[in-house]
Design a protein. Sequence first.
Length: 305
Amino acid sequence: MEKIIEVSGLTKKFKNLIAVDNLQLNVFKGDVFGFLGPNGAGKSTTIRMLLSLIRPTSGEIKIFGNNLASHRLKILKNIGAIVEKPDFYLYLSAYKNLEILGKISGADVSKQSIMKKLELVGLADRANSKVKTFSHGMKQRLGLAQALLHNPELIILDEPTTGLDPQGIKEIRELIIFLSKEKGKTIFLSSHILKEVELIASRMIIINKGKTLIEGKVNELLNSDQTEILVETANSDLAFSLIEKSNWQSKFKNRNENNLVFNMSKNLVPELNKFFVENNVDVLSIVPVHSLEDFFFKITEGANK
């Protein structure tokens, strides 16, 4: 599989602070790659190094198979990015901003091209409005339109849903999925909204204190052999007494009102359900609770011990 980003031994020191420490990561063509970590983990520093905004202390960054240090301009021409809060000419319209910024970057600034990008991010009806009238969320979407102007192969997004309401977050999520699946773009996504990453990312990495904690396919990492299973029953007293006298006791974790929590393989769920049914316990729901949020805190808290 073709590697779009290949990082090895990446380190960045600021005097006595090691912001990024021997980081390794690989992003493959077509990935929606979730870049996760607690505050101060080194995410923003890494993104700035990927965009050649700051230089690494040591290590190597390859993008599109080329070394970033020696092929900087060639690489950056094929990257679109939003880093934190995008800036615009506030007294000019959204359309005029994209036209000016597009000319600077050598992008197609035809009316058709610019309006298509504004339509993609849901701002076509505000094309002629001055940016000073835009909310923070609208400016964020305009930043996405700017990142797409030159039709880049790789899109790097640093907290793209900051300031957006739930509808705006949903629109950005759908746009990222569209760009990945329909347009074949590779997306590198840093976000603190873990549920969004879980919904759209194909692969991810979690870093802490500048180091890689874990990297892999999202579905494989979240569907590990041992998962918490939440079982809601109509009669938890009966269910609990049955569990205490059975082999399921070894899988049982705790009890919370009408819910029983088990730690076990999801492959055993049908067997557990059959056990309850055969013993006249009405099962209302069985839900795996191994979410990305659970996984994230388990990994990062373990690293801090």
